[in-house]
Design a protein around this ligand. Structure first.
Ligand code: MTE
Ligand code: MO
Length: 536
């Protein structure tokens, strides 16, 4: 065999079938390479899998406008779309390597290796990577893929005796090519599936630590929700959003699975008397409080779904800060920004003043009576009433640093979002649904309105261009929660537009004009169009 991998003897022209098979070989090699990498990653760290690592690197480098568009267009499926995009790109590249290998076996195999290096580089430069071992899945995968491509194309070229593709050896070689391709593809699929089914040891420990967790009884239970806070109207958002229905917004392509027994929270920075490290046990042994708090995402369009209300259990963050010697800027403290960092490298900047102004800013470990679900930040996340999630609600938190807004920009700030972002007042019509066809007569219009930490004072509904009418407001739980509202509408047949607007606790009414979610949250009235059908 010669080193260049070029066929020896008289060179046969590659036929169309050759090229087709070589492209297929490239695809199979890439697929096997990814499956092997995935299998290795499942043993080591799922986040170190090349598709995830490259995907996360792409997420971090995606221009804000494109990301904004992706969230708008694909909503909570934006991650799946991203991964599909990466796979499509990879498929094109794989076809290329196959064709390259047909002309030059070693170069083709080397191209697969180079791509593996890229995956390895992405994996070790992720902010959550703390060891060179994260390069291993990509490297092993690429090595296997490269060798496989070399072997496969070797089968195609084996017929390079100058005889051309006649009935003889060439056909047998093609058959062998297909056998090797199919069997390696199947084997890799099986191995990867097994790896996923078994789960990584680290993941199992995390799951076990969550199952074993017993939440403390709160020293300060949530104030009872007033009887009138939950109107029974079909189609209205429930006052408490069940965990499984709670919206999820984050940049994590793989949900971090943190082992609660090994979790630590580090508190440090300007004005901290002495750096602190807490375990979950330490945190749960502190004075704990339970509060109903509505969390909203800055990416929530008018009428959108990225808002939810849960009963959080946790330790007040302000207590911890005071104990550590931290003073808010209004008392002469040197730090005006608190930067929370998560195990996956997210950074979230929150104003120290707001965290310490008496509101129930929490280091939360409980959500609606159970330990935080992994998707929502297990074992500990922050929750601060009145601030959008991206400036307050760090999930999978691992450290808090006291600094200044001048000195540090958290993750979303260089991407065009405001450094400070109090929640804007919003109201939403949950029922009837857009383009619904209710029957004439009394139709219950209902929904939710929120203006966390200011409270909702009034909700009004308008039919077509008619006058604004007061909706019936459910009793207020606290000013940190949303309020449900209902409006019995005497609906007449035909097409109608229903519009809602809310007034917050300091008397400000939502402005009519819709604004973009960028840079600090959407404003504007929500409306739905329905067609009322003849009654009876
Ligand atoms: N580690 C981490 N925490 C995060 C985020 C993230 O991407 N990573 N997203 C934030 C945003 S933008 C919002 S709106 C809330 C959403 O919390 P939820 O997914 O539990 O609803 O989490 C915040 N905390
Ligand atoms: Mo968000």
């Amino acid at each position: 065999m010669n080193v260049t991998g070029a066929p020896s003897g008289p060179v046969r022209e590659a036929t169309r079938t050759d090229r087709l098979l070589a492209a297929l070989g490239g695809l199979v090699a890439a697929y096997v390479s990814l499956a092997v990498a995935d299998l290795v990653a499942s043993r080591v760290r799922p986040e170190a899998s090349p598709v995830v690592a490259v995907g996360s690197a792409v997420v971090d480098r995606t221009p804000a406008a494109l990301k904004d568009w992706a969230i708008r267009a694909f909503g909570e499926n934006d991650k799946a779309v991203l991964q599909l995009g990466i796979l499509l790109f990879l498929a094109l590249f794989a076809v290329g390597t196959g064709l390259l290998a047909l002309r030059h076996r070693v170069l083709g195999a080397a191209a697969v290796g180079a791509f593996g290096l890229l995956g390895a580089l992405a994996a070790v430069t992720r902010p959550d990577s703390d060891s060179a071992a994260d390069a291993v899945p990509s490297l092993v995968g690429a090595a296997v893929g490269g060798i496989l491509l070399y072997v496969l194309v070797g089968r195609l070229l084996a017929s390079g005796s100058g005889l051309g593709f006649g009935p003889g050896p060439a056909r047998a070689d093609r058959r062998r090519f297909l056998v090797v391709a199919a069997s390696s593809g199947l084997a890799a699929t099986g191995a990867a599936a097994l790896g996923r089914a078994v789960g990584s040891p680290a993941e199992e420990n995390a799951t076990a630590s969550r199952a074993a967790l017993r939440l403390p009884r709160p020293a300060s239970p949530a104030p009872p929700v007033p009887a009138g806070a939950r109107p029974a109207v079909p189609g209205i958002s429930p006052f408490t959003t069940p965990n499984r229905d709670f919206y999820r917004v984050d940049t994590a392509l793989v949900v971090p699975k943190v082992n609660a027994d090994r979790w630590r929270l580090r508190l440090h920075g300007a004005g901290v008397r002495e750096e602190l490290t807490l375990t979950l046990r330490d945190l749960m042994a502190r004075r704990t409080v339970e509060r109903d708090i509505t969390l909203a995402c800055v990416s929530n369009e008018v009428g959108g779904p990225y808002v939810g209300n849960a009963r959080w259990l946790g330790a007040p963050l302000a207590d911890l800060l005071r104990e550590a010697g931290v003073r808010p800027p209004s008392e002469g403290g040197p730090a005006d920004q608190l930067v929370a960092r998560s195990v996956d490298g997210m950074t979230i900047g929150t104003p120290v003043e707001e965290v310490m102004d008496g509101r129930d800013a929490l280091l939360a470990f409980g959500m609606n009576g159970e330990p935080l679900p992994f998707e929502h930040g297990f074992p500990v996340r922050m929750v601060v009433p009145g601030l959008y999630g991206y400036v307050s609600a760090c999930k999978w938190i691992e450290s808090i640093e006291l600094t200044t807004f001048d000195a540090y920009d958290a993750y979303w700030v260089p991407r065009g979002w405001s450094a400070e972002a109090p929640v804007k007042t919003q109201s939403r019509i949950d029922t009837p649904r857009p383009f619904g066809r209710p029957s004439a007569g009394t139709v219950m219009v209902a929904g939710v309105a929120w203006a966390q930490h200011r409270g909702v004072r009034r909700v009004e509904v308008r039919v077509d261009d008619g006058p604004w009418r007061d909706a019936r407001l459910a009793a207020e739980a606290t000013r940190d929660t949303w309020r449900q509202w209902t409006y019995p509408w005497e609906a007449t047949p035909g097409r109608h537009t229903l519009t809602v607007r809310a007034t917050d606790g300091i008397g400000a009414t939502q402005p009519e004009r819709r604004t973009d979610i960028m840079p600090d949250g959407a404003q504007g009235w929500h409306s739905v169009v329905v067609t009322v059908e003849e009654g009876g």
